[in-house]
Design a binder for this molecule. Structure first.
Ligand SMILES: Nc1ncnc2c1ncn2[C@@H]1O[C@H](COP(=O)(O)OP(=O)(O)O)[C@@H](O)[C@H]1O
Ligand SMILES: [Mg+2]
Length: 236
């Protein structure tokens, strides 16, 4: 089953009585257990789209299906539960809690689900190890490099064993060598765990790794290349 499917989704922001259309008639279906990238220039609607998929924002119109749920039919509590139990988020600016250690940042989402202390510890240690940060468990975000912070954020996104991870420009604030390390890490975790990853990005490095790319421009998704190719073939 597709982890994310959108049908005719629209979103317009209202700013000082001016309408800013952010998403216009978006329909797309994401394949399971893949690396799917929503690619587009700044201002094209990527963050709006990911926020709607992740239930951080709501569409004005259209159908949003995420992990089998009709998101627009869920109330705020149900949406919060869906997010906390089945999704993970990685943000461009890492969004770690600055007074918490790396360990506590990764543990944090588990507290909400009421996991027992021993189980939390085992999982945090396993995740910090998976992202190569066992030695840095007690460091706060301010004592870590950008790449290390993003690795903490990835470990945190996986804390509750999500089926779907949404990552908004996860390599945008990293140099290209660190970006490559982060991409390889996410790829390994995706393969090992069968998690679906949906990214937004305009980073060529990340686009080169994608299984599937959706190009967004001015709030619209361009037809997939394969579809255009098949149309050309049909006409030939
Ligand atoms: N909270 C908001 N209020 C008003 N306009 C917004 C808001 N968020 C985004 N926009 C506008 O919506 C459009 C899409 O923005 P965004 O989804 O952030 O694009 P991207 O992530 O691709 O840079 C832009 O024109 C942006 O200015
Ligand atoms: Mg954005």
């Amino acid at each position: 089953m597709s982890p994310v499917s959108l049908t005719r989704v629209q979103k317009t922001y209202r700013l000082d009585a001016v309408d800013v259309p952010a998403l216009r008639d978006i329909s797309l279906e994401i394949a399971p257990a893949r690396f799917s990238v929503i690619a587009g220039a700044s201002g094209s609607g990527k963050t709006t789209l990911l926020n709607i998929i992740g239930g951080l924002d709501r569409a004005d119109q259209g159908e949003v299906r995420v992990l089998g749920e009709r998101v627009e039919q869920l109330n705020d509590d149900q949406l919060t539960d869906l997010r906390a139990q089945r999704m993970g988020f990685v943000f461009q600016n890492f969004n770690l809690l600055p007074v918490f250690s790396a360990y506590e940042n990764v543990e944090y989402p588990m507290l909400r689900l009421g996991l027992a202390a021993a189980q939390r510890r085992a999982r945090v240690e396993e995740l910090l190890n998976a992202v190569g940060l066992s030695e840095f468990a007690q460091h706060r975000p301010g004592q870590l490099s950008g790449g290390q912070r993003q690795r903490v954020a990835i470990a945190r996104a996986l804390a509750n064993q999500p089926e779907l991870v949404l990552a908004d420009e996860p390599t945008a604030n990293l140099d290209s060598a660190t970006g490559a390390t982060i991409i390889a890490l996410m790829r390994r975790l995706q393969r090992e765990r069968g998690v679906s990853f949906v990214f937004s990005s305009h980073d060529q490095q990340l686009l080169a790794e994608a299984d599937e790319i959706f190009h967004i421009r001015d709030g619209r998704i361009a037809p997939p290349v394969s579809q255009a190719a098949s149309v050309a073939e049909a006409r030939a």
